[in-house]
Ligand binder design. Structure first.
Ligand code: GDP
Ligand code: MG
Length: 737
C-alpha cells in the first residue's frame, strides 16, 4: 500500500513552499468534500521512496473552532495517514510548537520540519535540533523550504519513522491537578464504554470534552447519549470549580499548560541567542513607550488624528481639481446635448453619480498611504495589542482588533476582507460577534459620505470630526458586541497569545504599491459596480415620467411668464433709469422661470418609483431628519455605501434649478433648506451603523454558515442605526439646534 503523509503547520510557516519543493509538478488540487477548503495532493519520488503527500490547511490548533481545523483533524482521524510532517517556523518556535504538541496528544507519529532556519539564524537565534528531537521524542530536521535545503533529509527521517512502524503513544501532558483529576476520572469510563474509540484515544476524547469541542460533543451525543450527558456534567462541574477557585475555565488552563510544556522544553538549552539582537531590542525599547499603559493610548489617538489631518489638508486641492473636472464635463454635456433622456442619463446618472465617488479618489489615496505606513512599519500590530485588553471586556478577542482594523477601524478598509480576517478567531462565538460588528467600522465606501457631509457642514474641524466619527464607530461596535455576547451569542472567551512583530522601516516603493493597489480597487469599483447601480437608480429616479397633462401645465406657466415679460420689453426705452429697471425685470423673469423649472424637476423626481419610495419612507424617517431625497440615497446604500454619495449627486442634480450655479455637491447641500448640522450628524450616525453592503452580507452569511446571520446583520444594524439617528436628531432638535 502507498504511504500517505500529511503536511501540516501554521499559516505562513512555509507549507506551500515545502509542498511544491517536495512534489514538483506531481500535484493535484481539489476541495475537501462539503467545504470550500482547498485540498492539495502530490507525490514525492526519490531513490525508491514513494509517498502520497496531502497539504492540510494551515491551522494554529486542532480544536474544532474553524473549518480549517475541522478539515485538518477529520483528515487525520478518517484517512489515518501514516505520518504527519509538521512544518514549524523556527523563528516563531514557541507559537508553532503548539500545533505539534496537539498532533502528539492525538497519538499520530510526527516528524518536525524546522523551517525558516535561515531566518532564525539571521536573527541570531540558534536552535539545537538534536536536543529538541530528544525532548519531544520526534525527529526534527532543519529545512529552508525556499531553497529546498534539508528536504531530502526530512523525507529520509520520515521514511525511517514509517518503516519502524511503531505506534506512537499519545503524549500526556499534565494540565494541572484540577484538570488532570477530571481527565483521570473520565478516561477509564470512555475507554470501558468504547466511546468514540474507533477513531480517537480515550484521554484525547476526555480532553476535547474539557476544551468544549462542539464537533466531538455532537458525535458523542449521537454515539452514546447517556455517557455523553455524564461527561458533559463532569465538565460543567470542573468549569464551575475553576471559575470559583481561580476565575478561569478549562480551555484556558489547558492552553496555559500546553504553552508551559513547550516553554519548559525550549528552556533546556534548545534555543540560544547568539549575536546582537539590536533590532529586536530596539523594537522592545520603542514598545516600552508606544504601548505603555497610559502613554500608548494617547500616542495612538494622536497618530489617528494626525492621519486624518494629513489626509484632509493634503487632499483638499487635488479633490477640488477632480471635482472641477467633472463639473466641466457636466457643463460640456449640458451645452452640447439636446434636452432629453440621453442628456439626463449622461449628466445626472453618470457624470454626477460616478463623479461624486471618483472625486474623492485623492482623499482616499492619501488615507491609504497613511494606513500603509502604519501597517508596514508594524505600528498597526501595536494598536491591536493595546486594544486587546479593552476588547476582552466586551466579549471579543485580540484577533477581533485586526478584523476591525481591516474593515476600516482607522479608515478606508473594507468589511469583506475584515469578515474574512475573522477566520483567525478560534471560538465560534467571538468569531460570530466579530463578523457581526466589524461592518460598523468606517470602510472606504463610507468615507466619501463622511467627507461630503464634513466638508459641507463642519469644514473648519475636518480632522476632529473624523476622529469623532471613528470613535463613535468603535464604541458602537464594542457596545453592540457586548449586547450580542450577553444575548444571542452567550459563552466564555478563549485564551489567546498576541505576538508583536519587530518594527520595520517601510520602503517607499512598498508603500506606493500598497497605496496604489487599494486606490485602484476603489477606482475600479466606482467604474463598474457603482456605475451600474448609479444607472439603475437614475432609471428609478426618472421613470415613470410625469403625465403629459402635468408637463403641459408647466409649459403653460412658462409661456404665460414669457408673454407677460415680452409685453414690457416691447415698450420703448426713454431713459437710463428705465434701462436699469428693464434689466432688473429680466433677472426677475429668469428667476421665476427657474423656479418653475425647479418645481417641474422636483415633481418629476417625486413622481418616479424611487421618489415614491422615498416619500413613503418619509413618514418614519422624518424622525431622524431625513427627507425623501436622502431616503432614496440611503436605500441605494444597501447595495454599496458609495451609492449614498452618487445618489445624492443624482437626486440634487435632477432637481437642479440653475445650471450656472451648480457647484460641488457639498455646497449644494449646505445651501439646501432643510439641511443643517443636525441633519448631517444624524445622517453620519445612520451611515456608520446601518446594514452592511450587499457583498458584505453575502460574506457574513458564508462565514457564519447560515443566511440567517446575514439577514440578522441587515435588520439588527439598520435598527440600531435608525434608533441612534433618531436619538441624535430629536435630542439636537429639543436642545434647539
Ligand atoms: P504557507 O502559508 O505555510 O503555505 O507558507 P508559504 O509556503 O506560502 O510561505 C510563506 C512565505 O515564507 C513565502 O514568502 C515563502 O517564500 C517564505 N518561505 C518559506 N520557507 C522559507 C524558508 O525556509 N526560508 C525563508 N527565508 N523563507 C521561506
Ligand atoms: Mg499556503
Amino acid at each position: 500500500m502507498e504511504t500517505t503523509i500529511a503536511l501540516a503547520g501554521n499559516p505562513n510557516s512555509g507549507k506551500s513552499t515545502l509542498f511544491n519543493a517536495l512534489t514538483g509538478a506531481r500535484q493535484h488540487v481539489g476541495n475537501y468534500p462539503g467545504v470550500t477548503v482547498e485540498k492539495k495532493e502530490g507525490r514525492y519520488l526519490r531513490n525508491g521512496l514513494q509517498f502520497k503527500i496531502v497539504d492540510l490547511p494551515g491551522t494554529y490548533s486542532l480544536t474544532a473552532y474553524s473549518p480549517e481545523e475541522v478539515v485538518a483533524r477529520d483528515f487525520l482521524v478518517n484517512e489515518k495517514p501514516q505520518l504527519v510532517i509538521d512544518i514549524v517556523d523556527a523563528a516563531n518556535l514557541e507559537r508553532n510548537l503548539y500545533l505539534a504538541i496537539q498532533f502528539m496528544e492525538l497519538g499520530i507519529p510526527v516528524c518536525i520540519a524546522l523551517n525558516m532556519i535561515d531566518v532564525a539564524e539571521k536573527r541570531g537565534v540558534k536552535i539545537d535540533a538534536a536536543k529538541l528531537c530528544a525532548l519531544l521524542g520526534a525527529p526534527v530536521v532543519p529545512t529552508v523550504a525556499r531553497s529546498g535545503k534539508g528536504k531530502d533529509e526530512l523525507m529520509d527521517s520520515a521514511a525511517a519513522l514509517v518503516k519502524a512502524g511503531k505506534a506512537s503513544q499519545p503524549l500526556a501532558i499534565s494540565y494541572g491537578s484540577d484538570v488532570d483529576r477530571t481527565l483521570d476520572e473520565l478516561t477509564p469510563k470512555i475507554a470501558a464504554a468504547g466511546f468514540l474509540s474507533g477513531s480517537y484515544p480515550a484521554r484525547w476524547v476526555a480532553l476535547k470534552y474539557l476544551e468544549n469541542d462542539e464537533q466531538i460533543r455532537c458525535l458523542g451525543r449521537r454515539a452514546d447519549p447517556k455517557l455523553a450527558a455524564e461527561l458533559e456534567a463532569a465538565v460543567d462541574r470542573l468549569s464551575t470549580h475553576l471559575q470559583e477557585t481561580a476565575d478561569t475555565y478549562p480551555e484556558m488552563v489547558i492552553a496555559d499548560h500546553r504553552y508551559g510544556f513547550i516553554k519548559s522544553v525550549l528552556k533546556q538549552g534548545v534555543v540560544t541567542y547568539q549575536q546582537d539582537l539590536s533590532r529586536l531590542f530596539l523594537s522592545d525599547k520603542i514598545d516600552k513607550v508606544l504601548t505603555q499603559r497610559f502613554l500608548g493610548p494617547v500616542i495612538m489617538a494622536a497618530v489617528v488624528w494626525g492621519l486624518y489631518h494629513f489626509t484632509f489638508s493634503l487632499s483638499e486641492t487635488p479633490v477640488a481639481w477632480v471635482e472641477g473636472f467633472f463639473e466641466w464635463l457636466g457643463g460640456q454635456a449640458d451645452a452640447r446635448l439636446a434636452d432629453g433622456l440621453l442628456k439626463s442619463l449622461l449628466k445626472s446618472g453618470i457624470i454626477d453619480g460616478v463623479g461624486g465617488v471618483i472625486g474623492f479618489t485623492p482623499l482616499i489615496m492619501f488615507m491609504f498611504f497613511g494606513i500603509s505606513l502604519l501597517e508596514d512599519s508594524g505600528y498597526l500590530a501595536r494598536v491591536a495589542y493595546m486594544l486587546d485588553r479593552v476588547f476582552r471586556i466586551f466579549g471579543l478577542h485580540g484577533s477581533s482588533v485586526m478584523a476591525f482594523i481591516v474593515s476600516g477601524g482607522i479608515a478606508g478598509g473594507c468589511a469583506v476582507p475584515g469578515v474574512m480576517a475573522a477566520r483567525t478567531l478560534k471560538s465560534p462565538r467571538e468569531r460570530l460577534a466579530t463578523l457581526l460588528t466589524a461592518p460598523f467600522m468606517n470602510c472606504g465606501a463610507k468615507l466619501p459620505v463622511f467627507a461630503l457631509l464634513v466638508a459641507a457642514f463642519f469644514s473648519s474641524h475636518e480632522a476632529l470630526m473624523m476622529v469623532l466619527i471613528t470613535a463613535v464607530a468603535w464604541i458602537g461596535a464594542l457596545l453592540a458586541a457586548k449586547l450580542l455576547r450577553i444575548t444571542v451569542i452567550k459563552g466564555a472567551s478563549t485564551p489567546f497569545v498576541m505576538e508583536l512583530p519587530p518594527y520595520r522601516l517601510p520602503t517607499f516603493k512598498g508603500l506606493l504599491i500598497h497605496t496604489w493597489e487599494r486606490t485602484w480597487q476603489y477606482i475600479k469599483k466606482a467604474g463598474t459596480v457603482i456605475l451600474s447601480i448609479s444607472i439603475l437608480l437614475w432609471a428609478l429616479m426618472t421613470f415613470p415620467r410625469l403625465p403629459e397633462a402635468t408637463l403641459a401645465q408647466f409649459e403653460e406657466q412658462r409661456a404665460a411668464e414669457m408673454a407677460a415679460a415680452s409685453e414690457a420689453v416691447a415698450q420703448e426705452v426713454e431713459s437710463a433709469e428705465e434701462d436699469k429697471e428693464r434689466s432688473a425685470d429680466a433677472r426677475a423673469l429668469k428667476e421665476r422661470l427657474l423656479a418653475i423649472d425647479g418645481q417641474k424637476a422636483e415633481a418629476g423626481l417625486r413622481h418616479s418609483i424611487a421618489g415614491r419610495m422615498g416619500t413613503a419612507l418619509e413618514s418614519i424617517t422624518h424622525l431622524a431628519g431625513f427627507d425623501w431625497r436622502t431616503n432614496i440615497a440611503l436605500v441605494g446604500g444597501f447595495a454599496a455605501k458609495e451609492v449614498v454619495v452618487s445618489t445624492l449627486g443624482t437626486a440634487y442634480s435632477l432637481g437642479e434649478v440653475d445650471p450656472e450655479e451648480s457647484g460641488p455637491l457639498s455646497e449644494k447641500l449646505a445651501q439646501t433648506p432643510g439641511w443643517g448640522v443636525l441633519t448631517a450628524l444624524s445622517l453620519i450616525v445612520f451611515t456608520i451603523f446601518y446594514a452592511p453592503c450587499f457583498v458584505a452580507v453575502v460574506c457574513i452569511s458564508r462565514e457564519a454558515g447560515s443566511w440567517k446571520w446575514g439577514v440578522f446583520s441587515m435588520v439588527f444594524n439598520t435598527l440600531i442605526a435608525f434608533l441612534l439617528a433618531v436619538l441624535v436628531f430629536q435630542t439636537g432638535s429639543a436642545l434647539g439646534f
